[in-house]
Design a protein around this ligand. Sequence first.
Ligand code: ADP
Length: 763
Amino acid sequence: MNKLLVLIINDMVIFPNNEVRIEYDNNYDKQMVDIVDQIDDNLMIIVNPIDEGDISLTSFPKYGVLGRLKLKMNVPNGKTRIVIEGIERVALSSIVEDGFYYRADYEAVTVEEGEEAKSYFSILIKSLENYVAKVPYMGNAIMSQLHGIDCLDDLCDLIVSFLPIKYEDKKKYVVMIDPIARAKALMEDMNRDLKFVELEQRIENEVEKELDDTQKEYFLREKIKLMQKELGDGNNKDSEIETLSKKISKLKCNAKIKEKIKRELDRYESLNSNSPELGMVREYLDWMINLPWNNYTKDTDDLVKVKSILDSSHYALEEVKDRILEYLAVKQNTNNLRSPILCLVGPPGVGKTSLALSIAKSLNRKAAKISVGGINDEAEIVGHRRTYIGANPGRIIQGIRKAGTTNPVFIIDEIDKMTKDIKGDPASSLLEVLDPEQNNKFSDHYIEEDFDLSKVMFIATANYVEQIPYELRDRLEIINISSYTEYEKLDIAKQHLVPKELEEHGLTPLQVQMDDEAIMTLIRYYTKEAGVRELERMIATLFRKIVKSILLNQDMVFYHIDEKLIEEFLGKKKYSYMENDTSKEIGVVNGMAYTVFGGDILPIEATMFKGKGELILTGSLGDVMQESCHIALDYIKANVDLFGIDPKSIDKQDIHVHVPEGAVNKDGPSAGITMTTTLISLFKNQCVDKSIAMTGEITLRGRVLGIGGLKEKVIGAHRANIKTVIIPKENEKDLDEIPEEVRRDLQFIMVENYVDIYKKLFQ
Ligand code: ADP
């Protein structure tokens, strides 16, 4: 085995199963850490020399700790910060000098623990409980780490790593091998400390009688300073503590929280400057002092003004706007109305997030925004416990701090994109955040104190309502925002996007004229989306190029945007919708898809050839869509007589079904009737008119069930030149949502059973 490098530390002790952070400005140590950083397992041996003044072979102790370098980073003050994890106690041998460093062989120290050790184990835990309960500067953090410790050896190492004793006393515990001896020594150390604390408390009680509060505080602080001096802590934190203390006294929060913050400040004051906890306590104080515990903005109560701000920023979206106005109206009639918890559901770019921001502005509230898409760890929502290295509050508290008020509009984006795994279920943590029964006492693991979220107006956004975890969906007031038709996009562009972008580019409507036709060209051939985000970007690109061109060719200052100019500035047309060719083919039928771009038609193809009677499916179909295809086939096979199909003609034939066009999410049951029709067309050798498109789920008995996204699908079909649309009868109620200009061009056929479709298309 290769000898390991030895890191010599003079002011801090590391124990097995413990982590320490160290900062260096010393070049030798830095270089050594660099070497350790480069070896595979990042291992080294850490020792505390017997005599600090004499770093030589003779001052090496017999035992050290095998440690792993977990993190190394250079910090701005020229120092290097490292985190080392202690692994096990080791015996050193054959120590040699290697240039500026030392290397040593090592062997793990193992200890046997018998009955006596077991008794000491429980006695030590009791002593610890007593100690933690009585010593004010000993936090509870250690208790939460006891879980999982089952031998005296580990217990002693854990306790001593927390114990606030001098370096000299601490390092003895590394070389004390017998756990029982260590346990005894620990109990002695704790007892001594307890006696000291008791004595202190007695003095304080007496002092208290004579001094008023401010004098008492002064007295205690002086005492802490003296004690620190005694412990050799020369670091001067006084002025920082004074500033923090002032901030705390001005802080608007309840007495309990203030008390807690003060206690933490005392702890901060009492910590030695080398203590690994120092930075953590400081950071915690920072969070507690900067959270808006009690800082409200007053909602605007002028409904007309709110409406006009919302209308001027967003076209349509009446349902959300109305909901906000209703909320305000009712709030004015009652004193303490809970904010609604809205969830705006719709495809990307339809204005969910920007409308939420505009709601904040219209109400005169601050806004906070987080995204929970892709998170799989509940600590992201509720924070890490403070004992965890690098702990932080969760995203909710982070958002609140950024907003700076207790009642912001809090936007939670992509609530349908969270995942669940071994690190917990973030959705159930979000439940606590959004549940009005509980959220006035929201408890972040890091902050530890309850935070009142009940005045926050939460607005969540999602693309698909079905993908929002069920328990959450229950709490949310879902408002659907569907994709825009071309005509709606045209209006949005004319009324909002073009004026906004003109202003942002320092242009005037006189300088740049953009008529409906030009905007339509952008919508149809340069964007493919449900919302208007890409359209907005295209308009911005056009205007940017115009500004550049105006500045370069001073003579040309007026622009009329037409198709030619668009092509010059934006290049050739990018998109064409699936053009619906009118040629007739057997075994090809148009389905209707709901995609992130809105809706489109989705032709399904089928063919067959001699084989073993297998069903082949291609086009990356999801499980549910594959099942649909099996159902369609079995439904036909069970009803060959009804459909006039000769069973022999499909016997021993391999049937291949393909769904082309990559960009569509091919899952869900709504292609059921299209699959059935495609197969019947194939088996009967009969074409289906391509001006027809259909959508609907099919059951084994041929019933046609309702589907989602009808508005988008119909708009997409209309754009692709479809004339007749077959839809489930269940969806008749949704026809109202379809814009009039689309509806009047189409013929709708409502069906309850597949036989209705068969009669229309094949008889
Ligand atoms: P989402 O959150 O739904 O993905 P965004 O809110 O980010 O969409 O909207 C994208 C862009 O489109 C924003 O700049 C927004 O102003 C604009 N926009 C979307 N819908 C509308 C609308 N109804 N009226 C005006 N602008 C809109």
